[in-house]
Design a protein around this ligand. Structure first.
Ligand code: GDP
Ligand code: IMO
Ligand code: MG
Length: 430
């Protein structure tokens, strides 16, 4: 067995794309297992800089099979655009397959995401407006349309007709906007179906064969643990599970088939969209991190909220994902910081909390309790060996390991694929 799940450990944008692009060199297959094009995974490698929303970050290796699993919601227009862009850069997408069970984002999903956010007004969640809440609601409500439906005109028309009848009632009677045209959507999506038909497959059998043969498989998550609908900062969360547990369901494997689970964390914390973030910095340090690391959303361009790393949330993330390893990114951003803070607990109503509360009102009122560590003045972007890291940087890593209860196995010191410090082997195939 050689299956590794890679998940986001914080609120997304931890650098999952970079880590998957790096590890995929030795993989046979990479499977994206959740989310949709709300995700934006940046990969910087010898081919250039890419922002992938749906295609697995293993696509740059000619021998790696890439699968968009059943757990992903696919906007076909976005997928086709992404394929085209990669092809224009000389990247072969001939080994890309999409699950026939993956749900499709339809025009009413993106429209309803917009309308719902506007209706929430000041209480808006700050979604990416890509239709994620509505598409996963429809999946649960058994009203969804799946990639496999595009392969049969009669099935597709029937399912679209049934869904649109209801959606148009909501659009016209609840929101007072114009109904959407069945013919227009049918024609457009039939066109997408023709283009995507060769890629649509029962991908579970492809994954099964690879796992049975013992081939190295990477399962690529989207978003981060604190955006999970169950364990995240509900209701300020996304609508599919970004946790390691979802990698089984979103790819078609059993829990016992996953060998290791790596959580990708930034050396600090960021968040896009609304919701509590106890360590958020509204001062110059927050702006310094944002500008130095260019913390602006990959998908929406929104400025990311920045703050010190939160080890209370980090420990929680380690536990709910069952992490075996941490991949720590952005350590280079701390170059030149005189000191660095880590939140080790929260203060709430005169009490010290060491666990992550489920109640958002409590979380909003929590004051971080910080431990302050020495910084380093050297630039670490060219460092490739842990022994060559400044002693203060090594102390920071050890403290994070102790506080989260999980070993740091990889340290990233820059956005490029090469800017990596391996600390311990994470797999039978590394
Ligand atoms: P993802 O959604 O988890 O794949 O992360 P994003 O791509 O949305 O955001 C991560 C950003 O940080 C991207 O711009 C990456 O190019 C960049 N990045 C990744 N790792 C590092 C690192 O170690 N140092 C620096 N400075 N940038 C990094
Ligand atoms: P990657 O995979 C960071 C956030 C949105 C919003 C909330 C709900 O690149 O790490 P949604 O559109 O999903 O209904 O929005 O979730 N969000 C992300 N934040 N990285 C992501 O993906 C995100 N995907 C969704 O900003 O707060
Ligand atoms: Mg991202």
């Amino acid at each position: 067995m050689a299956v590794i799940t890679i998940v986001g450990g914080q609120w997304g944008d931890e650098g999952k794309g970079k880590i998957v692009d790096l590890l995929a060199e030795k993989a046979h297959m990479v499977v994206r297992f959740s989310g949709g094009d709300n995700a934006g995974h940046t990969v910087i490698n010898p081919y250039g800089e890419f922002k992938l929303h749906l295609i697995p970050s293993g696509i740059f290796y000619p021998g790696v099979v890439c699968i968009i699993g059943n757990g992903v919601a696919i906007n076909p227009a976005v997928l086709l655009k992404e394929i085209k862009k990669l092809n224009e850069h000389g990247i072969d997408t001939g080994r890309l397959y999409i699950s026939d069970r993956a749900h499709l984002i339809m025009p009413y999903h993106t429209l309803l995401d917009e309308l719902e956010e506007e209706r929430r007004n000041k209480g808006a969640l700050g979604t990416t407006r890509k239709g994620i809440g509505p598409v996963f609601s429809d999946k649960a409500a058994r009203l969804g349309i799946r990639a496999g439906d595009l392969l049969d005109a009669g099935t597709f028309r029937g399912r679209l007709g049934a869904a649109l009848e209801f959606k148009n009632m909501v659009l016209t009677r609840v929101y007072g906007v114009s109904p959407l045209s069945l013919e227009e959507i049918y024609d457009r999506y039939s066109g997408y179906g023709e283009q995507l038909a060769p890629l649509i497959k029962d991908t579970t059998s492809l994954v099964r064969d690879a796992v049975t043969r013992g081939e190295p498989v990477l399962l690529e998550g989207a978003q981060g643990a604190l955006l999970d609908p169950d364990f995240g900062t509900y209701p300020y969360v996304t609508s599919s599970s970004p946790l390691a547990g979802a990698s089984c369901i979103g790819a078609g494997l059993g829990p016992g088939e996953i060998d290791r689970v790596m959580g990708v964390f930034k050396a600090y914390n960021t968040r896009v969209g609304a919701g509590p973030m106890p360590t958020e910095l509204h001062d110059e340090t927050g702006s310094l991190i944002r500008e130095k690391a260019h913390e602006y959303g990959t998908t929406t361009g929104r400025p990311r909220r920045c703050g010190w790393v939160d080890a209370v949330a980090g420990r929680f993330s380690v536990q709910i994902n069952g992490l075996t390893d941490i991949g720590l990114t952005h350590l280079d951003i701390y170059d030149g910081f005189p000191t660095i803070k880590i939140c080790t607990a929260y203060e709430h109503g005169g009490r010290t909390l060491t666990t992550f509360p489920s109640d958002q009102t409590i979380l909003e009122q929590c004051q971080p309790i910080y431990e302050e560590l020495e910084g380093w003045q050297e630039s670490i972007g060219e460092t490739r060996n842990v022994e060559e890291l400044p002693a203060a940087a090594r102390s920071y890593l050890s403290r994070l390991e102790a506080l989260t209860g999980c070993p740091v196995s990889l340290v990233s010191v820059g956005a490029d694929r090469m800017q990596i410090i391996p600390i311990r082997s994470i797999s039978p195939w590394q």
